[in-house]
Write a protein that binds this ligand. Structure first.
Ligand code: HEC
Ligand code: HEC
Length: 338
């Protein structure tokens, strides 16, 4: 129940904070109850391996709160990789790319490393068809869900006005409602910006100055330290042409979407193919891309800004103890050493 109340608090907070969203403006007790029911249903779906061909792989296999909403692997390993998630996972369905952390993904208008999706709802259905992810056609997923009475009831409660309650659109909508709760915006940096000068120690403040001096903010734009821009960062490979795969524009060769730097210390390894093990090495690479050289202590300061100054996992999701299918959740006994 901790999760449900955390989500409720977040929904209330976001309804108060944004008067831009018409749905929030029109929100009454009834609609926020529905939003809550959808996010809670989405949480169960996100952790439930019923959505995969092998009955062992869930969204959370790759987007796990134990690994910063990623998986700790250089590149994702999809269905038929057993029930283990995190480093140590093995299997034949090795994907091409590193799993993005989902923090603040709701604020984006392009998703995936190459920007193939334009909304969470659209993105949420992509893993189903992919061999390297869930490998289960959406129609089969809907049939499996319809066979579980608990899901029938949960979908009917979350989507009372439309029949059938279990549909493609509602599946995408519930998963997205859950992902909208993955907000990270209460880091020490935020307290500092709000006027608490003591929230960042001197080294971290030096890192923040460097961040602007080196123009990192041109792409990793505050306050979320992300943007929907694409850029090639000297990490080309023959097998993955990035944005070019979608647009066919020569300038888009090897360009990838700018990832968020919020909570980035939680989701090593780095870059679109996970080729870089530590955050410090990743920062060093990005500094070189800016044609700059830093002293060791400057590099430490910049790394510390990202590792500590931008860390807020207060709204990490709660892993359900059980899911409606009754299937075992992905096994993930590891914890990130902090
Ligand atoms: C096998 C691992 C795996 C599974 C399972 C998986 N994902 Fe992902 N997810 C990825 C990878 C890898 C990407 C990046 C894909 C790309 O750029 O081509 C991604 C991208 C995303 C994104 C875009 C994030 C961004 O910042 O652009 C969202 C949202 C997402 N996944 C949600 C989900 C949901 C919801 C599920 C379950 C229905 C799911 N994923 C299942 C590995 C996985
Ligand atoms: C021109 C846009 C641009 C600028 C400027 C920029 N970055 Fe990046 N950054 C990117 C892109 C795009 C990626 C992903 C590249 C890839 O994986 O191929 C990235 C990736 C990263 C990553 C790895 C994140 C992850 O989750 O894998 C870190 C850390 C990072 N940048 C830090 C910085 C720092 C620090 C600076 C300033 C020194 C900086 N960046 C400047 C565009 C930019």
């Amino acid at each position: 129940m901790r999760a449900a109340s955390a989500i409720a608090l977040w929904l209330v907070a976001s309804a108060c904070a944004s008067d831009a969203a018409p749905s929030a403006a029109a929100s009454d007790a009834g609609s926020s109850e529905l939003a809550l029911a959808r996010a809670e249903l989405g949480r169960l779906l996100f952790y439930d391996p019923i959505l995969s061909i092998d009955g062992e792989t869930a969204c959370a296999t790759c987007h796990s709160e134990h690994w910063g909403m990623s998986d700790g692997l250089p590149r994702a390993i999809g269905a038929f990789g057993g029930s283990l998630s995190g480093p140590g996972r093995q299997g034949e369905n090795l994907g091409l790319r590193n799993t993005p952390a989902l923090w603040n993904a709701a604020e984006r208008s392009v998703l995936s490393w190459d920007g193939r999706a334009e909304s969470l709802e659209q993105q949420a259905l992509l893993p189903f068809e992919l061999e390297a992810e869930l490998a289960l056609p959406v129609a089969d997923a809907l049939a499996a869900l319809s066979a579980v009475p608990e899901y029938e009831a949960l979908f009917a409660a979350a989507f009372p006005d439309a029949a059938p309650a279990i549909s493609r659109m509602h599946l995408a909508s519930a998963l997205s409602a859950f992902m909208r709760t993955l907000v990270s915006d209460r880091a020490p940096y935020d307290a500092y910006e709000a006027g608490d000068r003591g929230a960042l120690r001197e080294t971290t403040r030096a890192g923040l100055r460097l961040f602007f001096e080196l123009e990192c903010d041109g792409c990793h734009t505050p306050p979320l330290f992300q943007s929907d821009r694409f850029a090639a960062r000297g990490l080309s490979s023959e097998t993955d042409l990035g944005r070019f795969e979608i647009t066919g524009e020569p300038n888009d060769r090897h360009a990838f979407r700018v990832p968020t730097l919020r909570n980035v210390s939680e989701s090593a390894p780095y870059f679109h193919d996970g080729r870089t093990k530590t955050l410090r090495e990743a920062v060093q690479h990005e500094v070189e891309q800016q044609a700059a050289t830093l002293t060791e202590s400057e590099l430490d300061a910049l790394t510390e800004l990202l590792a500590k100054g931008l860390l807020d996992i207060s709204r990490n999701p709660d892993r359900p103890e059980r899911v409606p299918s009754g299937l075992p959740l992905p096994r993930d006994g590891f914890r990130i050493p902090r």
